[in-house]
Design a protein around this ligand. Structure first.
Ligand SMILES: Cc1cc2nc3c(=O)[nH]c(=O)nc-3n(C[C@H](O)[C@H](O)[C@H](O)COP(=O)(O)OP(=O)(O)OC[C@H]3O[C@@H](n4cnc5c(N)ncnc54)[C@H](O)[C@@H]3O)c2cc1C
Length: 387
């Protein structure tokens, strides 16, 4: 019998890996803690780069999703209290769009449906991994399924659980920097149409982003934990007027707000992302501040590149040192740049030292005039380190 790659976690990153491996004829067993379909209603708005669209297109998934995705044709970057602003436009960079906004639920459903079309994938739902053990010959996962504790081993086990469920893994260190900030995410409607413009506004409280999503906007409002908690506690009408005050007039008045959710912001990464016969990918390997919309896209590239690495390696050598080193080498620059760029933006725009603020305003104005710098920025945001 041919050996299966075992994937723990069937979120967008784990499912993309499973699907890419299926396209290459490689058998997969995927353990997913949730019940089948339970994530399909998740309205979390993911910002997909143009490069992520290209990956989903090669897998035949984008074609099913396109009608549910909202294109971002322009990104408007500004700073509260300053006139400097910069516009990034898809047409200036020969791209049909700078990115897309898509719900987590729609993406998960499309990936699941694409996986169903293959015989070589065995998805076990309601299977919760409890322990992972890398070892010289094979990695093992223990999991609970149908009220029984079970285990599976493979010469290649991939952890794509989003980083929230399992503790430390021997040989892998986790570096974490908590920003002490939370993100509040929700949907809002407003007076003016979005015209496919995404707004990123830097304020003393923290960055606030409005992403065009369907006819409405998805809002990501960040700030110190207590500040976000205070905004979270407001009645809808007060929330909308405070948002207007905070964001300014660019989209007119805010008219309604959906369910509000918050989550803590952190920068976190593993070093290394592999152990013998084990690879960690997606949010489980690195978590970033949402300011530059990089985290999810870096995770998708992890999945895609790992599938290529697996296909290029003979099964007898899966999970061995040479394969692990090659994968890490291929991903290091992209991940590091995503983490550094995101952290740089957070620090730059969180700095309230007198003078720095007007310098930032000037830099945004300057960025608007520097075409080569803008092109580089757009390429990096669209395609990662290969841009
Ligand atoms: C509350 C919250 C809100 C967010 N909002 C946004 C947003 O608005 N915009 C944005 O771009 N990004 C957002 N993000 C980040 C975004 O969700 C991630 O970048 C993206 O989901 C990463 O995909 P992933 O597949 O690596 O992990 P996940 O999407 O977390 O998927 C992990 C999968 O593994 C499964 N799993 C977990 N533990 C186990 C286990 N022990 N055994 C088996 N299966 C397991 C889970 O059920 C899940 O299906 C948010 C993150 C959180 C936590």
């Amino acid at each position: 019998m041919t050996e299966s790659v075992i994937i723990v976690g069937g979120g967008p990153v784990g499912a993309t890996l499973a699907l890419t491996l299926q396209h290459k004829g490689i058998a997969v067993t995927m353990l997913e803690a949730r019940a089948k379909g339970s994530a399909y209603q998740d309205q979390r708005a993911l910002a997909l780069s143009y490069g992520s669209r290209a990956i989903l297109e090669k897998l035949g998934v984008w074609q099913k999703l396109e009608s549910q995705a909202t294109a971002i044709n322009t990104i408007h970057i500004s700073q509260r209290g300053s006139f400097g602003r910069s516009l990034l436009k898809a047409q200036d960079h020969d791209l049909p769009a700078l990115g897309y906004v898509l719900s987590y639920g729609a993406l998960t459903q499309a990936l699941d449906e694409a996986l169903n079309a293959f015989d070589g994938v065995n998805v076990i739902y309601e299977a919760e991994a409890t322990h992972i053990e890398p070892a010289p010959d094979a990695a093992t996962v223990k999991f609970n399924h149908e009220s029984r504790s079970q285990q599976l081993s493979s010469s290649l086990l991939v952890l794509a659980d989003g980083g929230r469920s399992l503790g430390d893994i021997p040989g892998i260190a986790r570096e974490t920097k908590m920003y002490g900030h939370d993100a509040l995410v929700t949907k809002v409607t407003c007076e003016l149409p979005h015209n496919n413009v995404a707004y990123e506004r830097f304020t003393p409280m923290g960055p606030v982003a409005l992403l065009p999503n369907g006819k409405d906007f998805s809002l990501v409002w960040t700030g110190k934990e207590d500040e976000v908690a205070a905004v979270m506690a407001l009645e809808d009408a007060d929330f909308l007027s405070q948002l207007h005050q905070h964001f300014g007039d660019r989209v007119g008045r805010f008219l309604s707000v959906g369910k509000r959710l918050t989550f803590p912001l952190k920068l976190s990464y593993l070093n290394p992302v592999t152990a013998p016969h084990l690879v960690v990918i997606g949010n489980a390997a690195q978590t970033m501040h949402p300011v530059a919309g990089q985290g999810f896209n870096v995770g998708l590239r992890d999945a895609y590149e790992l599938a290529h690495q697996i296909a290029q390696t003979s099964p007898e050598a899966w999970g061995q040192d040479a394969m692990m080193r090659a994968y890490q080498k291929g991903r290091k620059t992209d991940t590091k740049r995503g983490l550094m760029f995101t952290d740089f933006l957070v620090n730059l725009f969180s700095n309230d030292i007198v003078g720095v603020s007007s310098l930032r305003g000037m830099s945004l104005g300057l960025l608007d005039l520097l075409k080569p710098v803008k092109s580089r920025l757009v390429r990096k945001m669209s395609f990662g380190s290969r841009g």
